[in-house]
Design a protein around this ligand. Structure first.
Ligand code: ATP
Length: 199
């Protein structure tokens, strides 16, 4: 089975591309969703988080993801501590799901994650699609989707590798500056490339 990575900066449109690919029948393993599952109520991951940051877990055992994100966003040491709890669990789960897809006979699967390039994950992939959008478009989408202030959105964007840097690693670049219809046309071409092309 060939595994393609799908990445892009916050608000650029990665999840929208993933949704279009899934509609086309391509299985998508979503690192973001798995990251939520490994800290869901009742998990060992959440117990470890509660032990270190009791203030971000409610009495009912539910994680306040926004509070945790704010906490670790400001402090690299806290972020590293959180990553030590979550990353091995996410990696294990991603590998298990890809294995299951392979065993089911899927010819190609997509691994969707924000940090494929930062984590040097792309080295093990058969191809990498990178979604970009101009910063002003990212800003507008984040303000609309997440209700972020301009300052919050700019800080999140600035914390990621610049899009130009990510594009250097792309097998297939998707420019999502335009309409959803324009995006869908590019996803069609990506879909074709995924049927044939390897890195
Ligand atoms: P994140 O990294 O934060 O998950 P993302 O890269 O996955 O972001 P999406 O969630 O796909 O980004 O898109 C961000 C927002 O912009 C969403 O609300 C989505 O519906 C909207 N959006 C994406 N592409 C377009 C487009 N071409 N035209 C209009 N809106 C769009």
């Amino acid at each position: 089975m060939r595994v393609w990575g799908l990445t892009g900066n916050i608000g650029a449109g990665k999840s929208t591309v993933a949704r279009l690919l899934a509609q086309r029948g391509v299985p998508v393993v979503d690192a973001d969703q798995i990251a939520r599952e490994v800290v869901a109520p009742g998990t060992e991951g959440l117990r470890e988080i509660a032990a270190r940051w009791p203030q971000v877990v409610s009495e009912q055992g539910v994680l306040d993801r926004k509070a945790l994100a704010a906490l670790v966003f400001q402090d690299p040491r806290e972020r590293a501590a959180l990553n030590q709890i979550t990353h091995p669990r996410i990696a294990f789960e991603v590998a298990a799901r890809l294995r299951a897809l392979e065993e089911a006979g899927q010819p190609v699967a997509v691994y969707e994650a924000a940090l494929i390039i930062e984590n040097k994950m792309y080295q093990g992939l058969d191809g990498l699609a990178v979604v970009t959008a101009p910063e002003e478009v990212q800003l507008a989408r984040l303000r609309q989707r997440d209700g972020m202030t301009e300052a919050e959105a700019r800080a999140r964007i600035a914390a990621q590798l610049p899009a130009a840097e990510k594009l250097r690693h792309a097998t297939f670049a998707i420019d999502n500056a335009g309409s959803e219809a324009e995006l869908a046309a590019q996803v069609e071409r990506l879909y074709s490339a995924m049927q044939t092309k390897a890195r």
